[in-house]
Design a binder for this molecule. Sequence first.
Ligand SMILES: NC(=O)c1ccc[n+]([C@@H]2O[C@H](COP(=O)([O-])OP(=O)(O)OC[C@H]3O[C@@H](n4cnc5c(N)ncnc54)[C@H](OP(=O)(O)O)[C@@H]3O)[C@@H](O)[C@H]2O)c1
Length: 291
Amino acid sequence: MGKLAIVTGGNRGIGLALVRRLAREWQGTGEVYLTARDEALGRAAVAGLEAEGLLPLFHQLDVASPASIAAFAEHVRDRHGGVDVLLLNGAYAPRPDVPARLDARPMIETNNLGAHRMIEAFRPLLRDGARLVVVASGFGTLASLPPALHPRFLDPAPDAAAVDRIMSDYVTAAEAGSDAAEGWPAWVNAPSKVGQVALMRAVADDMRAEAEARDILVNAVCPGWTVTDATRVYLERDPRLIAKQPDEAAEDVIWLATLPPGTRAPYGELVRYRGILPFVPVPKPDAVPKG
Ligand SMILES: NC(=O)c1ccc[n+]([C@@H]2O[C@H](COP(=O)([O-])OP(=O)(O)OC[C@H]3O[C@@H](n4cnc5c(N)ncnc54)[C@H](OP(=O)(O)O)[C@@H]3O)[C@@H](O)[C@H]2O)c1
C-alpha cells in the first residue's frame, strides 16, 4: 500500500508548492491529492504539475462546506482506506483594509470551523504513523492577543468545541462592533490564527494517547512570510518584510509533515523553520516583576 497525502487549497500559493514538493519526494512511493474548492482551478494546477512530470491526484474540496468535506472523506475512505499526511493549508485570506466586521465571518468559518470539520472527518482515516499539520502562522501565538484574553485559551485549555465557541464569540463581537472593547486586535488574521493553533493544541491533547501508541504527530506550522496572492499587498507596503517564494517555504513545512517513523517531537506545537514558537509568550527579562 502506497502512502497518501492530502493538501487543501492546493491550486495556488503555498498549497501548490506543498503538492509539488511532496509529489516529487514521493515519486514511486506515494500519491498526493491536490484539492481545490474550484474544480477548474484545481484541474488547471494539476495540468501544470503534469507538465513538470508530476502526477498528483485531484479532488474538489471546499473546507467551508460540510457537504464537500463529507464527500471527500467518503471518497478517501472508499478508494484508499486512510491517509498518511494531512496538510490543512486552504484558507480565506483577509482582505487588506477590510474591517473585521465584514471579514471575520468568512475567515473564521473557513479557517477555524472548517479546519475543525476537516479534522473531525479525517481523524478516523489517519493511518499509523500519520502526520497532521495545520498551516497557521507566527501570528498564532498568544503574543498576538492582549493578556486579558489569554485566560480564554489557557485556564483551562479549551477543547476543540470550546475553541469553536471562542471563535464564534469573536465573530459576534466583530459584527456588533464590540471586538475592540473586548480586546480583540483589529486585524482579523490574528484572532483566527490564534484560534487555529488553539484548535491544533486541543486536538493534539485529545489524541495524545492514541498518537503515542500509533506514532501519529499533530502540529501547526508557520511557513514564514511568503510571496503569494494573500501577502503581495502587505509585502509591497512594507519593504522591511523579507519573503520567500512558495517552493522555498514548502521545504520546512514538508519536513514537518514527513518526519520519520518513531519521531515523538515536536507534538502539539507551532513550528517555524523547524523550531518551536511557544504558544504562551515567554516574558522578556525586563518584564519580569522585581522582588
Ligand atoms: N503567504 C504567507 O506569507 C503566509 C504566512 C503565514 C501563514 N500563511 C498561511 O499559509 C496558508 C496558505 O497561504 P497562501 O499565502 O498560499 O494563501 P493564498 O495564496 O491566498 O492561497 C489560499 C489557498 O486557499 C484556498 N482556499 C480559500 N478558501 C478555501 C476554501 N473554502 N476551501 C478550500 N480552499 C480554499 C484558495 O483557493 P482559491 O484559489 O479558490 O481562492 C487558495 O488555493 C494560509 O493558511 C495562510 O494563512 C501564509
